[in-house]
Design a protein around this ligand. Sequence first.
Ligand code: ZN
Length: 385
Amino acid sequence: MKVRYTYRVRVSRASVRLLEAEWDACRWVWNQCVELDSKSRRASVARPQNGDLDRLLTAWRAEHEWLRACSQNAQQQTIRDFCQARADARAIRKRGGRRGDRRFRSRRRALPTLNFTRSGPFRLRDGRLLLPHGIVLRPVWSRELPSDPSSVRIFRDALGRWHASFVVEREADPLPATGRAVGVDWGVKAVAATTDQQFDLPHTPHRDRAQRALARRQRQMARRRPAPGRAASKGYKAAKRRAAREHAQLKARRQDEARKWAVRLVREFDQIAVEDFKPLFMFGGTLAARAASARTAAARRALEDAAAKHGRELMVVPAAGTTQTCSSCGARAKHHLTLSDRTFECDSCGFVADRDMNAARNVAARAGFDPAGADRVRQGVSLAA
Ligand SMILES: [Zn+2]
């Protein structure tokens, strides 16, 4: 299976200049794509496709020497990226989400990102990464590449650090069967609620603190934002740097937390059913809702990766009605559960369970799994009754 291995890279000042020149060329190609795309939208004609844009690139390169001086491969990949981003946006809109057309990449705001494929050609030699036109990068090899990479993305983050992200083929690493199944519901009270409570992924207060710190920096940035056409102040730049640092830390911790949880889950269960989760409200809603959504997205991604890596069966079931249905008798609740209703009570059979636990059991049942611990819950309830 294909996975990404990402490394920090050390870049000499000369190579930074060359990478930035490549980025300027790719940015120009991207912006041409955006312009052509919106032109055809306004004229109500078919949008240019990958092949059309590739042919245009040949013409642009024949016309402009500075474009010819940069990597054709990176420019072709930019067109591919553009078409992919456009298709993704369309898919989001189809699901009822908000995602506009791709925007221009401005020199000041957009962060460099360059993609090279094997035919680029990029090469690895003596621990160095060699790109076209004599660009030499030194990745910090924090772990070994499992195989020869098929492509690499070079990008700079908001803190000015350069990274290389390789696409490699990795062998699956199957874990011994345990005969256990689990249902996962992306919860309200917890990031993930499962049919076995000890595997829940709770919301953690310290993360909310980090989230608030980030929000504070972002407000500071907004206050100090320069007027159009004016140069940014020192204070604005400082706030921007600090916001970027807070964000990078928050993201790294979120990923780390999600990965550890996912590995714990796949070690214990062969069959994992998850509620389908579409992080649509990431593009709107309150700060808390966006933060919760980002955490859930990270958890789901980590679970998909871990399940694929360790050969576990992962089933994604539609989310509709999992909260409103009784996981004991299957009856639909007559009244609508609001977010503040923490307990599910069945009007038909009298089953009582934690709201998220009830939903997680429904998720497992919909996947056709018999979740471990479900019997224990039922027993607990009948004993209590
Ligand atoms: Zn019931």
